[in-house]
Design a protein around this ligand. Structure first.
Ligand SMILES: [Zn+2]
Length: 296
């Protein structure tokens, strides 16, 4: 089936995978999905396996202040934060995330940096559990979120620097050793532009950490999977994550396919700027494996 939607890879040929005429169980009810007729399709790119969610509903209202209220309730931020930070490590998606980033940074960041705290920016910091743990791991943390309630929570409860705003309109940051997009890029119409924008805040020797829903793994479990919920405009394949990195000017140096404690199917990628390979930041050998680089 051909459509006027263009995939990240440039292809415009799609296969219809799922059709929804009502919200699947567990999907957040947004204003746009509760009034009028609910109709949505999930399409899959015939070339790279990427998924998109296509709807005639007005998706622009999805994050207009309603997202936090719909997801956590007006007073739910602190309660949810407290609940999640008390999870044992083996049940915490965030504990696994911090372990991956800290392990990668230990191997990747250059020795010259080790006399200061490494700096990380978390784009779309939300409940800020990730930075709460990164701070404990010795990182200097900056949160960015468009919702002022989340920003206040990051500053007052978590005790990190926090900026309120739209990442695409932000250009005042200093440079970071790491920039994280944890389950963020699937929510935006143009994830390539968003990832590309991060390069201006990244040190030459730094890296970007990306987590996105893994549609390739989730699709076999059917249309009820949360990876295909309405707020995910994009659901990735290994190949489309590669396309995303490459078109945004990055090279994936490590990509993992994981099943998280929460049961989410997730792709985790570590990207560096394309021209970094030639400036020899590595202290280990790097091997191209066909769809990703691996450290040896
Ligand atoms: Zn594609």
């Amino acid at each position: 089936m051909s459509s006027n939607h263009r995939c990240l890879c440039g292809n415009a040929d799609w296969i219809k995978v799922f059709t929804y005429t009502a919200p699947p169980a567990g999907e957040t009810r947004f204003a746009c999905s509760t009034c009028g007729t609910y109709y949505r399709e999930v399409l899959r790119c015939t070339r790279c396996g990427h998924f998109i969610s296509v709807s005639t509903m007005d998706m622009n209202s999805l994050y207009a202040g309603a997202y936090v209220s719909s997801t956590y309730g007006d007073d739910g931020i602190r309660r949810n934060f407290d609940r999640i930070i008390s999870l044992p490590a083996e049940k915490s998606d965030n504990a696994g995330r911090v372990r991956r980033v800290v392990d990668f940074a230990r191997n990747f960041l250059q020795d010259g940096r080790r006399n200061r705290k490494p700096r990380i920016l978390d784009v779309g910091s939300g409940l800020c559990v990730f930075l709460y743990l990164m701070k404990q791991a010795g990182w200097q943390c900056t949160a960015l979120d468009p919702d002022p309630r989340m920003v206040r929570h990051a500053r007052e409860t978590v005790g990190v620097d926090a900026v309120c705003g739209d990442f695409m309109e932000t250009d005042k940051f200093k440079r970071f050793d790491a920039i994280a997009f944890n389950k963020v890029l699937e929510h935006v119409a143009d994830p390539i532009a968003m990832l590309r924008h991060s390069a201006r805040f990244l040190r030459q020797s730094g890296f970007v950490y990306v987590e996105v829903p893994d549609g390739e793994a989730a699709v076999a479990d059917g249309p009820e999977r949360e990876e295909f919920f309405i707020e995910h405009l994009h659901v990735f394949s290994l190949k489309s994550l590669d396309v995303l990195a490459s078109k945004a000017g990055f090279v994936p140096v490590q990509v993992e396919r994981i099943r998280e404690p929460s049961s989410k199917f997730t792709l985790c990628g570590f990207f560096i700027q394309r021209n970094t390979l030639s400036v020899k930041p590595f202290n280990r050998t790097v091997l191209w494996t066909g769809s990703s680089f691996r450290f040896l």
